[in-house]
Design a binder for this molecule. Structure first.
Ligand code: NDP
Length: 412
């Protein structure tokens, strides 16, 4: 065996299976909470050890997601304080990163699904398989024990090594680069559950589907999943270049939400204020007409893939087809959204919350990527010392269309 060290430079591969005592990590400390560009800093920390049913992965590349914009800001949740409240011995720092590709480097007791040397991609949900709700048959992703690795849990992928549970490991699509492989699982599996996880509202051939933020990470995945399932994806974006991105991914049509006739975004006016309400409806009806023009039919979307929340929920509820579903996984623009309940009950619509995905859904999405039905839509790759810069672009909505990745141990 070649000589071993206790710290390796990025990209300098230790002998397979040798776990150095220390590693580089781009991490957040509470004293740096604020703009992502300042919050992340490369430091050296101890390498975590895998416990029973845990896997240590040598990270080749990491994906960038919106959750670590929140982590950097320290709001709405102070992730370090939240962990230390539950466990005072928890680390005083946060290693984010909820997407990765890499090589299995060490396994804990009882791991049977992967072996040292396997090339894997990682999913981001962790749960306690012994939790009472899971033992009683609950979908693990709905368990009270469920946490997001690299956000609620420490030891995410912005580090040379990351620690996950064994069921988080999936086969790396052989044809993809490390960077592309790191970019799709979190958004792809989330979109998959939103679109395929809520029977009877799953995408069927011919179903029109409205996708907010079509050029974003989630949207780019959603367009391709809807198309692959035979549905009709119609995306909403805020610029010409983003419209083009959606068309290339297979969108049937695209709506530019900056159209000046759409004057109705945000909270609903009080229905008692007739003039304000009429003005709101005017903007919303202009959007509804645009939808019909793009679809070529007056049918509303059978599924609306939501995440902006506050600014768009009133529109989503209005335009959704009778007995259709608005399925939401975030509140990108705010959490206090208004729902005009009249449309919900009279037209028998469904407003469904959805959060990441279970193991079967991750595998189904991963198989679509392996089969070439979903492309990771990798837009840009950053170096390890640019984790903050990449999150800053997300924070200011100035990132390129598609998904972003960070090179960790992979070299250009
Ligand atoms: P991106 O930043 O890639 O995309 C977000 C998109 O939102 C942008 O492209 C932008 O598109 C759109 N947007 C911004 N402001 C508005 C607005 N006022 N009205 C309508 N659309 C707007 O993020 P992701 O796609 O990766 O994630 C989207 C959200 O989903 C985030 O909040 C993220 O945290 C959450 N999420 C939740 C998951 C879960 O499991 N619960 C998993 C994955 C993501 P444009 O300006 O072109 O309209």
């Amino acid at each position: 065996m070649s000589e071993t060290k206790d710290l390796y430079e990025l990209g300098e591969m230790p002998p397979l299976g040798h776990v150095p005592a220390r590693m580089y990590a781009s991490l957040i400390r509470p004293e740096r909470y604020g703009e992502p560009e300042q919050a992340f800093k490369v430091e050296v920390v101890d390498t975590p050890k895998p416990g029973p049913r845990q896997v240590l992965v040598y990270v080749m590349a990491a994906g960038i997601n919106y959750n670590n914009v929140w982590a950097a800001l320290g709001t709405p949740v102070d992730v370090v304080a939240a962990r230390r409240k539950q466990n005072p011995a928890a680390e005083a720092f946060h290693i984010g990163g909820s997407d990765a590709s890499g090589i299995v480097w060490a396994v804990g007791e009882g791991v049977t699904n992967v072996r040292v040397g396997d090339e894997v991609v990682l999913s981001c949900a962790m749960w306690d398989e012994n939790a009472a709700d899971i033992q009683a048959g609950a979908d693990p992703i709905t368990s009270t024990s469920c946490k997001i690795w690299g956000y609620e849990e420490n030891w995410g992928s912005f580090a040379q090594f990351t620690r996950v549970d064994d069921y988080q490991c999936f086969k790396k699509p052989p044809k993809l680069s490390w960077e592309a492989a790191a970019a799709y699982m979190l958004v792809g599996a989330t979109a998959y559950r939103q679109l395929m996880g809520w029977e009877p509202h799953t995408v069927k051939p011919g179903d029109p589907v409205l996708i907010w933020g079509g050029s974003g990470g989630l949207g780019s995945m959603a367009i391709q999943i809807v198309k692959a399932k035979g549905g009709i994806p119609i995306a909403v974006v805020s610029s010409e270049s983003r419209m083009e991105h959606c068309r290339k991914l297979g969108a049937h049509g695209v709506i530019n939400r900056t159209d000046p006739s759409f004057t109705h975004w945000g909270r609903l006016p009080d229905t008692a204020d007739a003039a304000a309400y009429a003005e709101w409806m005017k903007g919303a009806n202009a959007f509804r007409k645009k939808w019909s023009d793009v679809l070529g039919s007056r049918q509303g979307p059978r599924i609306v893939l939501e995440h902006p929340g506050e600014s768009t929920i009133p529109t989503s509820i209005l335009v959704c087809d009778n007995a259709g579903m608005v399925v939401i996984c975030a509140g990108t623009t705010g959490y206090n959204a208004d729902v005009d309940l009249r449309y919900l009950w009279m037209r028998q619509k469904r407003l469904q919350g959805s959060h990441f995905a279970n193991t079967e859904q991750c595998k189904a999405l991963n198989d679509m990527v392996i089969d070439g039905l979903v492309d990771p839509a990798l837009a840009d790759v950053f170096e390890f010392d640019e984790v903050g810069k990449a999150h800053q672009l997300l924070h200011t909505n100035t990132h390129p269309s598609g998904n972003l990745a960070i090179r960790v141990n992979a070299r250009a």
